[in-house]
Design a protein around this ligand. Structure first.
Ligand code: ATP
Ligand code: MG
Ligand code: MG
Ligand code: MG
Length: 439
């Protein structure tokens, strides 16, 4: 992509409305634009990151055996009356009336709808287990939308729903998602800690929030230092092996970790001070087993092995990709701007032509640009005739992992400079080695 043909509305000044660094940097780097309170457009740069994050989420959901579908954003109020949640959900739900005075709503979540889809066609326990997911916009009329896409009213969510015959297999479904989440966040370049979360009237211990530690997080969290060094399961994890999954979950749930709602001061006080991490955290994912809470009132039953109707055991599993992007930035930035983990970077490489119009510079850049594209590397080519300082500042701000800088003297000598954004490390290398160096 040539910067001269792109749409990258950079802000030089810090926007006053942005209270936290990720919001500031997303606005400054031209990733998002607010359209109304808590409602954002994702501009091209933001859209690229969102797509990368969603691709990772999708791959890991699919790997774990979940099946993608796409449900609508608009739902009928009647469906929510069946579960009893239409009134109970309260003011966070955006209620809509159509021209025929039918009551609709903009979905804040999809338990009812997916249960309806399930009951319309699944009849036998032989069709279980099943996990259906989608990635779709949600609307919650948050009392206090703030921090940009971190807490917005319209936001993207990956939500998965599992259906099983009994508790035991529902627990395995839960473990599958638990492990898929560890892999997903790890691939997005962030450290997450699964923390015990409230299960409400359902009880049990099958609810975890996946938390990224960050000083700007809205939750107060407490965990054991061991989490910071734990290793995440590899791509070879066998999602068909319930015992293997259970063992991984056990490892990841044994050290102490809880949000303030679930905090057990007696247990906490028993830990050596050196092992305690008391911090703030951002909830980027949440998994939850809720048994027959929806299947019973909505009559989502299957015929069991003995021929009897059995309400299915369900769980739901959410990730907020739009919030996750902000959380990644909270965890990975410096004074100059964003530092993208390569896996989610909008482009892999930024190519800077220091003097467009200079024959050597232009020729060297065009060659590198073409070769990088050919090698399948996403490259943003700054071919604009602007000041050197502005070019460097923009490239650092948007945080692409690698920069290739071509100036007239270097180009004449057959050299370019390569800079690693994360470390600031610079190196001058022959033009012919650039592609190999940055791929
Ligand atoms: P919070 O405690 O922050 O209000 P929640 O517990 O209400 O979040 P869930 O219902 O568990 O959220 O939804 C699943 C995921 O959707 C969350 O873990 C989060 O990543 C994302 N999410 C929820 N609300 C928002 C929001 N207002 N803006 C952006 N992402 C959100
Ligand atoms: Mg909420
Ligand atoms: Mg929450
Ligand atoms: Mg939650």
């Amino acid at each position: 992509m040539r910067l001269s043909r792109y749409f990258l509305p950079i802000l030089k000044e810090n926007p006053k409305e942005a209270e936290i660094v990720s919001h500031r940097l997303m606005l400054r780097a031209g990733m998002i634009r607010q359209q109304a309170a808590g409602i954002y457009s994702f501009l091209p740069m933001g859209k690229r990151v969102l797509d990368k994050v969603c691709a990772i989420i999708r791959e890991e959901q699919n790997r774990s055996g979940a099946v993608e579908l796409l449900m609508p954003t608009i739902q009928s109020a009647d469906l929510w009356r069946e579960s009893g949640r239409y009134e109970a959900y309260g003011k966070e739900m955006l209620r809509i009336e159509d021209r025929h005075e039918r009551e609709l709503l903009f979905g804040p979540t999809n338990e009812e709808m997916v249960t309806d889809i399930f009951r319309s066609s699944i009849r036998s326990y032989k069709d279980l287990p099943l996990n259906l997911y989608h990635i779709q916009w949600k609307f919650r009329d948050e009392v206090r939308p703030r921090f940009g896409v971190m807490r917005s009213r319209e936001f993207l969510m990956k939500d998965a729903y599992s259906f099983d015959l009994d508790f035991e297999s529902a627990q395995t479904a839960y473990h599958r998602m638990f492990v898929a989440y560890l892999r997903t966040f790890n691939r997005c370049g962030v450290k997450v800690i699964p923390m015990r979360a409230d299960t409400g009237p359902i009880g049990g211990d099958l609810s975890h929030e996946f938390i990224i530690l960050a000083s700007t997080g809205e939750s107060e969290v407490f965990c054991h230092r061991d989490f910071l060094a734990m290793s995440v399961p590899g791509a070879d994890v066998n999602f068909a092996d319930a015992a293997e999954l259970a063992a991984i979950v056990k490892d990841w749930t044994t050290p102490y970790a809880a949000t303030d709602e679930m905090h057990d001061t007696a247990l906490w006080d028993g830990l050596p001070d050196a092992d305690k991490v008391a911090a703030r955290g951002i909830e980027v994912g949440h998994i939850f087993y809720f048994g027959t809470k929806y299947s019973e009132p909505m009559n989502a039953v299957v015929t069991g092995p003995e021929g009897k109707d059995i309400p299915v055991h369900m769980g739901s599993y959410g990730i907020g990709p739009s919030r996750l992007i902000a959380a990644i930035i909270e965890a990975s930035h410096d004074e100059a701007g964003i530092i993208w983990p390569r896996s989610v970077a909008p482009f892999d490489v930024g190519l800077i032509n220091m003097k467009p119009g200079d024959a050597d510079c232009d020729a060297a850049c065009e060659t590198i640009y073409a070769e990088l594209e050919k090698a399948g590397v996403d490259v943003l080519y700054d071919d604009q005739d602007t000041r050197a300082g502005a070019k460097f500042a923009t490239m650092d701000l948007i945080g692409l992992p690698m920069q290739v800088i071509v100036g007239p003297r270097g180009a004449k000598a057959g050299e370019a400079e390569v800079k690693v954004r994360a470390t600031g490390e610079r190196e001058t290398i022959p033009l012919a080695s650039v592609v190999a160096r940055v791929t």
